[in-house]
Design a protein around this ligand. Structure first.
Ligand code: BGC
Length: 349
């Protein structure tokens, strides 16, 4: 009996050692939506660097905002031996067949920043608290206009994100929940009448798309010289479109413009007084958290999550880790972005 026990223990240890030894060089797939936006380049680079430092081999792909391309890339990752796949989806609900394949092969999938929808093959989700991003934008406008005390009415316009990205509604809702009482009380008015998410959304989050819509709003509702006090923008790429439109077609007092990501052009606009705030989501923090998750999954350990209720993808509630976003403006950008080494002073010149 003792002999059998010793044999079993030797086998268990050997297997344990084997799996530990093979952790070196294990392949991890990282699928990012596009290289067009600064943030995804940073996310991809950070993930690759940290994973490689931890001893993994990395298959990093960017999908040019093309859903079919991302589907092919993820399918290849799964077929070519990746043991965990990390995906920031272009469209949360368009990767169904690749996710089915991952499930069939027992490969864990981590949704990165954007939730993967309509599938039970999503193991974990890591993101910044998306609703909180919106509340920070809404609160910034509320405080800057002193909506509690000032009489108003103030003119507001709204530009939201891509309807195919599950995050976009959270950003929008977080901000609207803060501003709704003032809209109801008539302290905030939206001259264009475009308030519902579907009316203010920006397909693909593209600067040009946001700019064209803003051009139209300015021409139709503000060409009489009336002012805009605030323009709620869900992120920096859309804020840039709105800023460009205002630069070209608006002479009134400059409105408070919100954003998110602290992209370099937008931080420059913040310094120049053209964008009031952005939300800083330190992609180094998110990448580090996801690399930790990958390690925990592959070691069979409990995976750190801090939210098991919010992110229902229409099939399951995905266990999530939410990092905390912080607001950035001209007063704190240097501390947040320069002192922390996120950017160098030269990059913001
Ligand atoms: C991200 C934002 C980003 C937007 C456009 C969202 O899913 O959370 O940080 O600005 O996509 O790429």
């Amino acid at each position: 009996m003792k002999k059998v026990f010793a044999l079993v223990m030797a086998l268990v240890m050997a297997l344990g050692l084997c799996s530990f030894a093979s952790a070196e060089g294990q392949k991890v797939g990282v699928s990012m939506p596009t290289k067009d936006l600064q943030r995804w380049n940073q996310d991809g680079e950070n993930m690759q660097k940290l994973l490689e430092e931890a001893g993994y081999t990395v298959d990093l792909q960017f999908a040019s905002n093309d859903v079919q391309q991302q589907l092919n890339q993820v399918t290849n990752m799964i077929n070519s031996g990746c043991e965990v796949v990390v995906i920031a989806a272009i469209e949360g609900s368009s990767l169904g067949s690749a996710l089915d394949l991952a499930k069939e092969k027992g490969i864990p999938v981590i949704a990165y920043d954007r939730l993967l929808m309509d599938s039970d093959a999503v193991s974990y989700y890591a993101t910044f608290d998306n609703y909180m991003v919106g509340t920070k934008q809404g609160t910034y406008i509320k405080e800057a206009l002193d909506l509690e005390n000032a009489e108003g009415p103030f003119a507001l316009e709204i530009t939201a994100g891509d309807p195919g990205d599950n995050n976009a509604r959270y950003f929008y809702q977080g901000a609207i929940d803060v501003l709704q009482p003032y809209l109801d009380a008539g302290k905030l008015t939206v001259k264009s009448g475009q308030i519902d998410f579907t009316d203010v959304a920006t397909p693909t989050w593209k600067t040009e798309v946001a700019q064209t819509r803003a051009d139209g709003i300015l021409a139709s509702y503000y060409s009489d010289g009336s002012s805009i006090d605030a323009w709620l923008c869900s992120n920096d790429s859309t804020a840039l479109g709105v800023t460009n439109a205002l630069d070209a077609n608006y002479d009134g007092d400059w409105p408070i413009i919100t954003g998110q990501d602290c992209d370099i052009s937008n931080v420059k606009n913040m310094i120049a007084g053209k964008q009031a705030m952005s939300v800083f989501k330190d992609t180094r923090t998110l990448a580090a958290q996801v690399v930790k998750m990958v390690g925990q999954i592959l070691a069979g350990e409990t995976v750190d999550v801090n939210d098991t209720e919010t992110y229902n993808n229409n099939v399951i509630v995905v266990p999530s880790f939410l990092c905390e976003p912080v607001f950035a403006d001209v007063n704190n950008y240097a501390e947040l972005l320069l002192d922390s080494g996120y950017y160098t002073a030269d990059q913001l010149q």
